[in-house]
Structure formats: structure tokens, C-alpha cells
Design a protein. Structure first.
Length: 359
């Protein structure tokens, strides 16, 4: 069965199966655009309801290729819908139209601008090098999952709120809703394997000055890379790193901070990021393949390659200043030497020089 025939039959059979169970639903096929991905889905809603469940068609079609029977796939889709409806967050949908009620649920997320180019045309965002800061209302977040709404340009227009005001409100609310966490890698490993085990292996604890990598995220580890946009993130990270640092985009859920202490160079870090992204990060979780740098003195966040170029220019200028300074110092020394010479000697030397010139 090809995909188009599967899709047509799938819609009818899922709807019929739910009807047999006493549930009347409306089903439509829509393209769901999410950050980092888009897919074709069955949107299933109870009749006259405002909230429904999206079921990705390609995943269920793929299940048949992996050995599942068609009837099993239909049953799975029905269960997915039923579970989704039963576990939907208890939320007043009408409140979504009131910005004043919703703004304390504002969170910020950082995503790849290139990967999400088309979606970014429809949502308010703020550029951050080759990344973009987007905004979301987090309705609920717990061990069962997270319910949230990505804010669109249309929503903002209906609220009568400017992108600048949205960003200002997000800067205030996001750190309260999803506080930043910056931990040493040794601490993170100890949490994962158990402190006692980490201590036995000599991994933990590590003196602050010996910590070479820090992990930045949020408590629930969901879209934790958004801390990059927090107002005081760079200063807090610089404090932990002991000064300038590189930023490695581990994923949209967390970032790594590497002190710029001369132990790692940009090319090695870029190679590391590309390899990890290609082998260990799901496409839907990928941030970018680039490495970034923060200059804690100049307060500059930039792509690592821009930092290297700026540093090279600075070095060239410094060399020019040193050469100029050297020439000036030499001239100054000669001037001082002349000033110390008795006037009589100067006159005699001058006369001798003139005499020589006359001869």
C-alpha cells in the first residue's frame, strides 16, 4: 500500500474505530509546523471541541514497514488519541486570548534560524547570530509531559502587543518560570550515576578551577538552550568559567560552556560539535553546528569564527602600535641625548660638518 492510499484508508478506519467505541470525532489532515520539524498529521477532535490531538501519519505508515499489521497500526492510533484526550491539561482555552493572563507563562527558546527559516516568518523572534529567540506560553510541564503554545505573529496582532514588549515581558518572566542552571560537568555526571559512585571513581567533586566544561539548561531540561537569551546569563556563565568562554550548542535542550583558557581551540571544538550532532543528537533536537564565544571584558557574544577574526585584527593593530611606539621611543631617546650634549660640542660639531661640506 503506497502512502497516499494508506492515508485515505487510515483516516476512515480510525474514525470508524473511534465511533465503534462510542466517540464521535472530526478528523482532518494537516501539515503541522513545529520548531526544527514539520509533518503531516491526522488532527482528531471530539465533535464541537476546540482542542484535539495530532497524530503523525508517517510514523504510523512506517510502523507497517517495521512489521506491524495495518489493524495494529489503527489500534495504536486510536490509543494515542484516547491517551492524549484523557491527559490533556486542564486549561481555560478562553484565557489564551487574554495576554495579561498569559504573560506570566512566557518562556523563551533558542533555535536554528536556518532550519526554521519558513516558520520564523510567521512567529515573532529576535536574531542571535545564526540562531533565533522565539516565545512560547508554557501551560503545563511535569513528568507526564509538557503542554505549550508557540506564539505567532497573528496572536501578537490580536493581543495588540509589540514584539519589543513581548521580548521585555519574556526577559522578566522566563527566568522565573524556567530558572537557569549552570553546573560543572562533574556534578552533572554525579547526578546521573549517583554521587557515591562518582566519588569512588574519582570523578566528583572537582575543584572549581579544575572544571573544564559546564552545562547550562533549565530544571526540566526542556528547551534549556533558551537560557542563552536570559539577561544575566553571559555574566553568570563568565563567573563560573572564570572569564571568557566558548559556547557549544549541545542541543535545543542544553548548551555547554568551555572556558577560553588556551586548552581548547576553536577548530577542535567545532569538530566536536559536528561529530556529536551527526551521531548523537536527533534532528528535531539539533541547535546548530557552530561554536560561539563570549568576551567577558568587551561584553561581546559572537560566532567563534568572528571572534577569531576580531582577535586577529586586534593583534595586527597591536603590532602596528608596538612598531610605531618603538620608532617614537627611539626618536625620543635621540632627542634626549642631543639635549644633554653641551652646546659648545654641538656648535663645534656643526661647524666641522659645515667645513667638511665646503671642502
Amino acid at each position: 500500500m503506497d502512502y497516499e492510499n494508506f492515508k485515505e484508508q487510515f483516516v476512515n478506519d480510525v474514525k470508524e474505530k473511534l465511533y465503534e467505541q462510542g466517540t464521535e470525532v472530526d478528523i482532518s489532515v494537516n501539515t503541522v509546523n513545529k520548531l526544527n520539524e514539520s509533518y503531516e498529521a491526522l488532527t482528531i477532535k471530539p465533535v464541537d471541541a476546540e482542542v484535539g490531538v495530532n497524530i503523525p501519519i508517517d510514523k504510523f505508515y512506517g510502523a507497517i514497514d517495521n512489521g506491524a499489521s495495518y489493524d495494529e497500526v489503527v489500534d495504536r492510533a486510536v490509543k494515542t488519541y484516547t491517551d492524549g484526550i484523557e491527559n490533556k491539561p486542564d486549561f481555560d482555552i478562553a484565557a489564551l486570548s487574554d495576554y495579561n493572563q498569559m504573560k506570566d507563562k512566557l518562556a523563551m527558546e533558542v533555535v536554528s534560524a536556518e532550519t526554521n527559516k519558513e516558520l520564523l516568518e510567521t512567529v515573532p523572534h529576535k536574531d542571535m547570530e545564526d540562531m533565533a529567540v522565539v516565545y512560547r506560553f508554557v501551560i503545563s510541564s511535569d513528568e507526564e509531559g509538557r503542554a505549550s503554545v508557540l506564539i505567532t505573529n497573528k496572536m501578537l496582532e490580536n493581543y495588540g502587543v509589540t514584539p519589543e514588549q513581548l521580548h521585555a515581558d519574556a526577559l522578566e518572566n522566563a527566568p522565573q518560570l524556567k530558572p537557569m542552571e549552570i553546573k560543572g560537568m562533574s556534578e552533572v555526571i554525579a547526578e546521573m550515576m549517583g554521587v557515591e559512585q562518582a566519588e569512588l571513581m574519582g570523578i566528583y567533586p572537582v575543584a572549581p578551577e579544575d572544571e573544564q566544561i559546564f552545562v547550562a539548561s533549565v530544571p526540566d531540561k526542556v528547551h534549556g538552550a533558551g537560557v542563552l537569551a536570559y539577561q544575566d546569563f553571559m555574566d553568570k556563565a563568565a563567573e563560573r568559567a572564570g572569564g571568557d568562554f566558548f559556547i557549544l550548542p549541545s542541543s535545543i535542550h542544553e548548551i555547554l560552556i568551555v572556558p577560553d583558557n588556551g586548552k581548547m581551540d576553536l577548530k577542535s571544538l567545532e569538530s566536536m560539535v559536528r561529530e556529536v550532532n551527526a551521531t548523537q543528537v536527533a534532528p528535531s533536537d539539533k541547535l546548530t553546528d557552530n561554536v560561539y564565544h563570549y568576551d567577558s571584558q568587551a561584553k561581546i557574544f559572537e560566532l567563534g569564527e568572528k571572534f577569531v577574526e576580531r582577535q586577529a585584527e586586534h593583534d595586527d593593530i597591536s603590532e602596528g602600535k608596538e612598531e610605531k611606539s618603538s620608532v617614537i621611543s627611539e626618536l625620543k631617546a635621540k632627542k634626549e641625548e642631543v639635549a644633554k650634549t653641551p652646546k659648545k660640542d654641538v656648535i663645534e660639531k656643526g661647524s666641522k660638518a659645515k667645513g667638511d661640506e665646503a671642502l
